[in-house]
Design a protein around this ligand. Sequence first.
Ligand code: FPP
Length: 232
Amino acid sequence: MNYPQHIAIIMDGNGRWAKKQGKPRTAGHYKGSENVRDIAIAANDLGVKVLTLYAFSTENWSRPEDEVNYLMKLPSVFFEAYLKELMKNNIRIAFIGEMDKFPAETRKVMENAIEKTKDNTGLILNFALNYGSRREITLAVQKIASEVKDGTLEVGDINEQVIENHLMTADYPAIDLMIRTSGECRLSNFLLWQLAYSEFYFTEVSWPEFTKEELVKALDIYANRHRRFGGL
Ligand code: FPP
């Protein structure tokens, strides 16, 4: 099967799912975090190399304070519950985004998850937290400009590869497939550069209800697409 190596997911619909159940939005995020465990293990079993999940965007700060606080603490709750199981599945944990905005306690848990799983050779489960693509590109431009200023880089040597190397995803293969759940069809400032030639898959299914079967359905559709990268 021609399955993707790197999948990115916009995990949308937690709030609507919770509302349907008569529960607070935070219950939807909790259920969504449980599903992160299930889908990470499923993706690992299917041979996917990297799974990048949009868990908190630079725009999510504008949500009500109690929801933001809940989302800030969710990584701690998640790793407390599932780090052992992820470890057993040979899954490596990584993050992109600006972590310095997270509470110290949450950062400690995240650093511990990176450290504990650093030698694992299975799926890389990469959380985008306090991540926004425009911010990422802005930071890359700043770094490149300072290298030019220091004299370590010539303006004429700035090419696409140099830009890629300065993005937060520099260590990972190109993203083959981007999935967004829950019916919205937009990118919401997610990986704008990296998704230039990726396949997109949009589904009405909400993130808490996005099962392994739904993932396999998306991968089968991907496998039957013909990627031309601008050629014929
Ligand atoms: C979008 O749904 C979802 C988020 C902004 C948060 C996603 C976070 C998780 C799924 C949990 C992540 C897990 C860890 C371990 C960090 P929404 O709230 O916008 O849903 P709505 O559009 O239905 O309101």
